[in-house]
Write a protein that binds this ligand. Sequence first.
Ligand SMILES: [Zn+2]
Length: 318
Amino acid sequence: MIRPAFIGMDIGGTNLRMGLVDEAGTILFRFRQKTDIHEGRAAFYEKLAEGIGILKEHAEQAGFRIVAVGAGVPGLVANDGHIHVSVNLPAIDSINLRHDLERISGLPATVANDVNATAYGEKSFGAGREFDSFLMVTLGTGVGGGLILNGRLWTGIDGVAGEFGHVTVEPQGTSCPCGNRGCLEQYASATAIASAAREAMMTGRYVPADGSAIPLTTQDLARLAREGDGAAATFFAEAGRYLGMATASLANVLNLEALIVGGGVAASFDLIRSSIEREVRARAFPIPAQRLVVVRGALGDDGGLLGSAALARDEFDI
Ligand SMILES: [Zn+2]
């Protein structure tokens, strides 16, 4: 019997992950390579075509029929697959990636923002399975968001909804590349946590317990916090406080069931969870505050790949 399968792609600024995924979310075959977007669009498309060819061969050998392709990309992606803007992937700015993927693969394709795809991955196969409505937030270089409402991805009228990282949390705060000031991303990303610690070290307000010197990464800081460096833990608590502040507003507006935390900082979930929860309870109405649970994503780095495959499955499966 020939079973259906889907190609999932997580196209990042650095890494290109591709995989063959079955209906239940099992990754049957996968590989990862450098995106090398600086080599230009033609070289990038050639890389996609080669990857799709490998996955097609594998599917055939294993008795699967590929139904469709799904891809997650960083940036603002319209509902029809047009890339409004992708800072990390300038070579695909202003093109319709959905059309190009369909041409390259000969298969129906769907394209989503990478964090939206990750949210859908958690909904389909991960920590979001038990919830109908939640916000996925990824804390990494930046802060990404993806909103699931009543079991469906909410992309907004133009496709660009869910940009939780650009909610204002400090009216006169740090300027953000998006043009605004005081965006959550400037206070709660891995980058922001590490740079707050480095700044405190440079002014002598923070001296790591083990005598570490600059540069200090978020991972170093998490290790120090777990080893009992109370001051190191405050940098995570501060990020959690800002995250909780923004989440409280969202809880009041949408009465969500959960906030699912992913991205690099999710490895330090134990260090931010309680400050998020405390802030939500302090600011939101009691009913939405008590309803909302804060959990860690279950899929890790596979969220984008699995989510884009799930989007392809749910859009095109018969
Ligand atoms: Zn911003």
